[in-house]
Design a protein around this ligand. Structure first.
Ligand code: CA
Length: 220
């Protein structure tokens, strides 16, 4: 999934970015409130990790302005403000979860998974679609009961498609899921990963419809 990390502390930001990347997420990191607003306005993020004490505009006021404009991106507040009143204010402003620093990276990852799961309307960590079983906590994929080994990018692409079965994702949307700002994208990267997935899973699993994009939808 594609995450936006909003954190002005270099050490905490670097640790969170590294840990979430290890989980297979694409993580763009900004340090200022204004940069967070620009990134969300211009990008298609699955989730935002939002610090509250930021240079320039405060995280809570940014969150309120997103919600006031019906920007529905899931938000997990990650902050040193640990008072009960702060937690209540954050959740009531529209945060989906609230984590207090210092936090454990494994707990951060688990909370991110939980929020992404709820956003997709799932109650457990396993996505089942057609013959696929994707364990989003263990990052394990089974196809018709057999374990299949996928690369990190193949997995990320498959999870993005399986997360919304029946929806179409364009090549640009899939590239956004796979690559952060600081990564080079080969022009055919998505096609290469789709080709590998079809070979490892099933040739007909992922359909490509001209003008619409890629989908895991049932064949007509
Ligand atoms: Ca801060």
């Amino acid at each position: 999934m594609r995450l936006l990390l909003v954190e002005d502390d270099s050490m905490i930001g670097a640790a969170a970015q590294e840990g979430l990347r290890r989980e297979g997420h694409t993580v763009d990191w900004v340090r200022k409130g204004r940069e967070a607003e620009a990134a969300v306005a211009g990008g298609d993020y699955d989730l935002v990790l939002l610090d509250l004490g930021l240079p320039g505009r405060d995280g809570l006021s940014i969150l309120k302005s997103w919600r006031a404009r019906a920007v529905g991106v899931p938000v997990v507040i990650v902050t040193a403000r640990d008072a009960v009143a702060d937690r209540i204010a954050g959740l009531d402003a529209g945060a989906d979860d609230y984590l207090v620093k210092p936090f454990d990276l494994d707990e951060l990852s688990a909370r991110v998974r939980a929020v992404l799961r709820r956003r997709s309307g799932r109650s457990d960590a396993v996505i089942r679609v057609r013959g696929l079983e994707i364990d989003t906590a263990a990052k394990r994929v089974r196809w018709e009961g057999e374990d299949v080994a996928l690369s990190a990018r193949e997995y990320a692409l498959l999870e993005a498609l399986a997360d919304r079965p029946g929806a179409y994702l364009t090549r640009a949307q899939l590239e956004e899921r796979l690559y952060g700002w600081d990564e080079e994208i080969a022009s055919n990267a998505v096609e290469v990963h789709i080709h590998a997935l079809r070979r490892k899973l099933d040739p007909d699993l992922i359909r490509n419809v001209r003008g619409l994009g890629y989908t895991l939808a049932e064949a007509p």
